[in-house]
Design a protein around this ligand. Sequence first.
Ligand SMILES: [Zn+2]
Ligand SMILES: [Zn+2]
Length: 246
Amino acid sequence: MNLIADTHMHTVASTHAYSTVQEMVHAAAQRKLYAVAITDHGYRMPGSPGAWYFKNMTTLPRVLEGVLVLRGEEANVVDFEGNLDLLEKDAKVLDWVVASMHHPVLKDFAPTPDEVTHAWLNVAKDPNVNVIGHCGTEEYRFDYERVLPEFGRQGKLVELNEETFTGRPGSVQNCVRIMKLCKKHGVPVIVDSDAHFSTLVGHFEHSLKLLKEIEFPEELVVNSSVERFRAYLKQYTGVFREQTSD
Ligand SMILES: [Zn+2]
Ligand SMILES: [Zn+2]
């Protein structure tokens, strides 16, 4: 399987990542990617971008060095009602929203699997969300059998995050289970790097090895061909609507 887009990455704007948008896109161009999504952390993450960062992403060129540049955010799930820190003014201009649970944001909670299940079922209904970020995290286990098919029904892509294999090794077993269930229920997924430095853009080696081991169907991996990826963007984002109206 060959992947043509990397849709989760962080720049210096997240203040714990170390490359600029230009450097991330340049790396993607060198790896011959069709598209990237720049997804800096939402406001509740310590050190997150300034108040105008996301809204002003319209300043970025649509295509840079031949790479389609999606304007994104990795929004934080801020409670177990499934609320996000995504602001409406930002949602209006963004193409690509990843919703993730992060310990620095949720540290005051010690949720039960039922509470996490409840949160994700509400996130599944959020029309702004495209991707469910690294949901295999051990401390936020949930009822996979119940929730994953719901993500599929609501058009939310389940993420397989390359960074999990190095940064969250305790979550890998959950990710294997999640991917097997996505295969079983026909839930579309997306594989991405979660790169915090340019040399990591477009690297998906561990993820691809896992998918191969479990014979995951390529048709369910949205970024496994330009056609599949564009079909998703056409159905669920305004990216091409804006281009044709120019
Ligand atoms: Zn980060
Ligand atoms: Zn994250």
